[in-house]
Write a protein that binds this ligand. Structure first.
Ligand code: RRO
Length: 347
């Protein structure tokens, strides 16, 4: 089946994308009174902000960046309030690998003047554990589920895509191509040929939307995006984190257990904007843009650069309700730039 002949995908058929409650005056998560947490927005998802990504209807354009919001832990803390006031219009899972992983040795984080370096190292239950334990929990969220997967060999990605594609709970798959192929040593997403070969292997296995998460640690990111599009990707997402390093101030040795890590947060926003702009010029498929977004204005910048959706990552560590606040701020910015019909003529 060709990309053109595939049916509209990703719609869970249960209106899930329409059931995100607008913010009211109930508890989650503003009620906790965290320092620096967002003030409650009046309405996080007015109708004019609704969008569609690859056939998936979403209440607003703000989703989470993979690995930056633990919805299962958040539900334990905030209870059903998380479900009725979920901060994102879709949930992107943390990266799932074929085998379970412990992740990197600590320390795993280093704080920067404007952001973070993380070296988490993909801790997860593996595919079987994810399907048994995480998927049933995540399927209870009121928004479509996008599952992020990564393999160290094409065959691993083939298994991940084919098994997750068979699950009705999964609206779309995001391929994390930021890891080296153990056969070639090349980072799959740093090389257009590797990216195309990966898509050639997995595209025929699924009718669900395939989003390729690009790495910024590549010499020609638009060329990788174009290779992904030509090989059948439905969308690209960018940017993943930029490789960085910190030294222990006393010993001068690498601080992070993984030696290097990924830089995110406000320090990378200008880089994200430039890469989204360059990728927009190279491809026609939708872009999910992220990198240092902490306000509606930042989200609007990425949409102006050509994004359909914007993901919030590091800011959610500071404020778990950031997604809801940023969606409301974005809607206000968009209404200011292009007021909804009726209001445009008023006065
Ligand atoms: O788990 C991680 O350390 C990690 C991943 Br998979 C990723 O895609 N990006 C990142 O900054 N960290």
């Amino acid at each position: 089946m060709t990309a053109a002949s595939r049916p509209a995908r990703g719609d869970r058929g249960d209106g899930a994308g329409d059931r995100v409650a607008g913010a009211g005056d109930r508890g989650y998560p503003h009620g906790g009174g965290r320092d620096g947490a967002s003030p409650p927005p009046a309405d996080a998802s007015p109708a004019h902000a609704a969008v569609e990504l690859c056939g998936i209807r979403l209440r607003h354009p703000i989703v989470n960046a993979s690995g930056t919001f633990d919805a299962i832990a958040a539900r334990r803390v905030f209870g059903d309030e998380l479900v009725t006031r979920f901060p994102f219009s879709a949930f992107v899972s943390k990266t799932v690998t074929l085998a379970p992983r412990q992740g990197n040795a600590p320390p795993r984080l280093w704080e920067l003047p404007a952001g973070l370096i993380n070296s988490i190292g993909l801790p997860n239950r593996g595919l079987d554990g994810y399907i048994e334990h995480d998927l049933p929990e995540l399927a209870r969220l009121p928004v479509p589920l996008i599952v992020n997967v990564m393999g160290f060999h094409r065959d691993e990605v083939v298994r991940l895509v084919s098994e997750l594609s068979a699950r009705d709970e999964v609206a779309a798959l995001e391929l994390n191509v930021s890891c080296p192929n153990v056969e070639t040593g090349l980072v799959m997403g740093a090389d257009p040929g590797e990216t195309a070969r990966l898509l050639d292997a997995v595209r025929p296995l699924t009718d669900k939307p395939l989003i390729v998460k690009l790495t910024p640690n590549a010499s020609d990111v638009p060329a990788v995006a174009l290779a992904a599009q030509r090989a059948g990707a439905d969308a690209v997402s960018l940017i993943n984190t930029l490789r960085g390093m910190a030294l222990h101030p006393a010993t001068g040795r690498p601080w992070l257990g993984g030696r290097t890590g990924g830089v995110s947060g406000p320090s990378v926003r200008a880089i994200a904007l430039a890469q989204v702009d360059a990728v927009r010029a190279a491809v026609d498929i939708p872009i999910v843009a992220m990198g240092g977004v902490s306000s509606g204005r930042h989200a609007l910048d990425l949409i102006r650069a050509g994004a359909t959706l914007v993901a919030v990552g590091t800011e959610s560590f500071r404020d778990p309700a950031a997604g809801e606040r940023i969606a409301a701020e974005l809607a206000a910015e968009q209404a200011r730039v292009a007021p909804p019909r009726g209001r445009r003529d008023a006065g």
